[in-house]
Design a protein around this ligand. Structure first.
Ligand SMILES: Cc1cc2nc3c(=O)[nH]c(=O)nc-3n(C[C@H](O)[C@H](O)[C@H](O)COP(=O)(O)O)c2cc1C
Length: 435
């Protein structure tokens, strides 16, 4: 029996439930009837939480708002009162509401904290409960999405990164802040993720599809490094973000995932087994070694096409007679080799191009005999290496060509998996002979 006193349940209004014709359907609300808690912390980005709250309401959610004491210095509780229709709290010890942290935690179907400060990230990771938000987070059992905002230096600090890693290990969705101009006047990673990104993550956290259960997905990501000598190498600008997003999305949808990754600065997504490699040869070995295990192979890595033919055994000294030209030789074509060796695996390739994207992607699909090619023009703004967003096209073996709009790499990864799911028979469905 629950020890939590029953309070008036937070009910979506008729309009929130989507009954109001026209308005709701025009917005295609995706959170109808969902009971959410929006936590807001003391960041300069706190004003953006008002817009997020409006959006959550427009999507049909019933939202409780918890402001930290610091947040209330940036934006008044009154604004949140009006937009949330009165469900705002800040004080853990408010008379008559002493059990609110438990009651709100219990009824929430998801909690989103946006913006989340370095301080609150630390508090949640450590389980500190000295205010309403901290106490509520300890009591909560539901999916949690954290959208951090802070100066780039704070985000990069090992303490913050350590807390973020702890939270991610526990299954909390901690979005990466975005790169751009910061309140300090500097430019860097620290901006609150876009409203759409927060919303997508929230929707995903609320209803994780398990449509890849039974699949074993082998993903490659990142660049490869081809040594010139023991300290220098040839490489490319791949950050690994797209491949990591694919691995994360597949794991979230129930797949077993092995991620063969070149050198990146990214954290391994929860539930993903990683194999770290440096060279194309190492990546080839790791991928062919896992091919028989896999049911789906997604080659998102930006593999070197050529490498120094004779890497020096010792560091080439500046004052020595150093080479004026670098002799190159082709590396193994991993994708072609996997296509030759595969039996029943569904094979996806990536085509990072700077021109004629569609024709290059179609040619790659045909030449290598792939099931699906994901193309992106790495010169398009917001698309390609290093960015958090991507604008991709999907070309599949049925000849279908789909151009997707610019979206977060996380959503692009899901769109890709949606197409794989459409084309590949479900691995759980087993038909016995004769049926
Ligand atoms: C003008 C100003 C802006 C701030 N912006 C941020 C921010 O964006 N991110 C952050 O982590 N801390 C920021 N801080 C520091 C937090 O407000 C401070 O750490 C506070 O204790 C956070 O409390 P809370 O996590 O309970 O909201 C800012 C402080 C000031 C004075």
């Amino acid at each position: 029996m629950s020890m939590i006193p029953r309070r008036k349940r937070l009910k979506p209004t008729q309009k929130e439930q989507g009954d109001a014709p026209g308005a709701a359907s025009a917005l295609r609300p995706r959170l109808i009837g969902r009971r959410l808690v929006l936590g807001v912390c003391g960041s300069i980005a706190a004003y953006k939480a008002l817009l997020l709250l409006r959006r959550l309401k427009a999507e049909g959610a019933a939202v409780r708002v918890v402001l930290t004491q610091s947040a209330a210095k940036f934006v008044t509780p009154l604004s949140f009162e009006v937009l949330s229709q009165g469900s705002v709290a800040s004080d853990l010890f408010a008379a008559g509401h002493e059990m609110r942290h438990l009651a709100w935690a219990e009824e929430a179907q998801a909690i989103v904290i946006a913006p989340c400060t370095a301080h609150t990230i630390a508090k949640i990771a450590l389980g500190l409960a000295d205010d309403l938000l901290g106490s509520l987070m300890l009591a909560a059992q539901c999916p949690i999405v954290i959208a951090p905002a802070m100066d780039g230096g704070m985000w990069d600090h090992p303490t913050v990164q350590g807390h973020v890693a702890t939270l991610r290990e526990r299954g909390v969705v901690v979005l990466d802040p975005e790169v751009g101009p910061l309140a300090s006047g500097r430019t860097g990673r620290g901006r609150l993720p876009e409203e759409g990104t927060i919303l997508d993550a929230l929707i995903e956290a609320l209803s994780p599809r398990q449509d890849f259960m039974g699949e074993r997905v082998l993903v490659s990501a990142g660049p490869t490094q081809e040594p010139i000598d023991p300290v220098r190498y040839l490489s490319n600008r791949s950050s690994g973000k797209m491949g990591y997003a694919v691995a994360e999305a597949a794991a979230a949808r129930g797949a077993e995932v092995v991620l063969v990754t070149g050198p990146t600065a990214l954290a391994i997504p929860p539930g993903v087994q990683a194999v770290a490699v440096k060279t194309t040869e190492e990546m080839h070995k790791a991928l062919t070694g896992h091919l028989a295990w896999s049911t789906i192979v997604i080659m998102a890595a930006a593999v070197a096409d050529f490498r120094p033919a004779r890497p020096a055994g010792q560091k080439i000294k500046k004052d020595a007679k150093f080479p004026t030209a670098l002799e190159l030789e082709p590396t193994v074509d991993i994708l072609t080799d996997l296509a030759d060796r595969r039996t029943t695996q569904f094979l996806v390739g990536f085509a990072a191009e700077t021109q004629d994207l569609v024709s290059h992607a179609q040619a790659k699909l045909k030449k290598k005999g792939l099931d699906l090619v994901v193309g992106n023009n790495v010169l398009t703004e917001g698309s390609g290496f290093g960015s958090d967003t991507n604008q991709i096209i999907l070309v599949d073996r049925t000849g279908r060509l789909t151009e997707l709009p610019l979206m977060s790499k996380r959503m692009a990864a899901h769109a890709l998996l949606d197409r794989v799911r459409e084309l590949k028979p479900d691995n759980r469905v087993r038909t016995s002979p004769g049926h």
